[in-house]
Design a protein around this ligand. Structure first.
Ligand SMILES: NC(=O)c1ccc[n+]([C@@H]2O[C@H](COP(=O)([O-])OP(=O)(O)OC[C@H]3O[C@@H](n4cnc5c(N)ncnc54)[C@H](O)[C@@H]3O)[C@@H](O)[C@H]2O)c1
Length: 245
């Protein structure tokens, strides 16, 4: 993919899928504005991008803080002049699994704040800018939890389902402004914190962050110009059936 001349904002870019995406987009020529709460991880991403000959800015921003998000986006626009690509990747909440009836409010409010409202804040801060330029590529990172549901992760699944609905609705609203809005729904990504007895996939393994980043790279490129409002399951066949290997 050729992303030369494009500027991409990636949230949750300090590690995992966000880090892989930031590096992938930079390797394809995009200037990357990486947002995260993890300063050390952000610096490592900046170094990795610089070592590969790319350009990145990093900002420590909590995306659940709307004022901080607006300030960060204003800073990015002042520095880079324009933003073409937004990857709403920052998200969490799958590590602590409890039945909803036993989940106290604070435990689920922060999941909604981060996974749903954080994405809304960042998107809202950029949308008028993209609309004025009649150009934008937005990818939201959901989860197969939005399609299958997952017991003991009801709030996480709800937040990710909301992102799919948001993606489709926004794609309809913003199509006339030249803005494509899509969504990816990963299955399990390699992560030592999550060690299920089986992967549940038909490929017999978990996915990697790089495999997810390749799909995002395609969706934010002009090669995907006629694709909008789609939720891409990228899960090694996990949702095809209950068995997997
Ligand atoms: N790992 C999986 O198996 C899996 C599966 C399906 C979907 N997903 C989704 O993919 C996305 C990335 O997952 P990951 O596994 O790479 O996660 P991760 O925990 O490895 O990385 C998430 C990043 O988001 C950052 N972050 C957390 N709160 C933030 C905040 N308030 N503001 C800004 N940044 C914040 C973290 O510091 C971290 O760098 C998430 O949206 C997640 O729900 C992951």
């Amino acid at each position: 993919m050729n992303l030369a001349g494009k500027t991409a904002v990636v949230t949750g870019a300090a590690k995992g899928l966000g880090r892989s995406t930031a590096i992938r987009l930079a390797e394809s020529g995009a200037r990357v504005a990486a947002l995260d709460i993890n300063r050390e991880g952000l610096e490592q991403v900046r170094e990795a991008i610089a070592a590969a000959g790319g350009e990145a800015s990093v900002q420590v921003v909590d995306i659940t803080d709307n004022a901080a998000v607006e300030a960060a986006i204003a800073e990015i626009l002042a520095a880079f002049g324009h933003v073409d690509i937004l990857v709403n990747n920052a998200g969490s909440g799958w590590h602590k699994q409890t039945p909803f009836k036993d989940t106290p409010n604070p435990d689920w409010e922060w999941i909604l704040d981060l996974n749903l409202k954080g994405t809304l804040y960042v998107t809202h801060a950029l949308l008028n800018h993209m609309a004025e330029r009649k150009y934008g590529k937005i990818v939201n990172v959901s989860s197969i939890a939005a399609t299958t549901g997952i017991p003991k992760l009801a709030v996480y699944a709800a937040s990710k389902g909301a992102l799919v609905a948001f993606t489709k609705s926004l794609a309809m609203e913003m199509g006339p402004y030249g803005i494509n809005v899509n969504c990816i729904s990963p299955g399990l990504i390699t992560d030592e914190k999550v060690a299920p007895p089986t992967t549940g996939t038909f490929l017999g393994r978990k996915g990697t962050a790089d495999e997810m980043a390749y799909l995002i790279e395609f969706l934010v490129s002009d090669k995907a110009s006629f694709i909008t409002g789609v939720d891409y399951l990228i899960d090694g066949g996990r949702v095809l059936g209950p068995k997997g290997v």
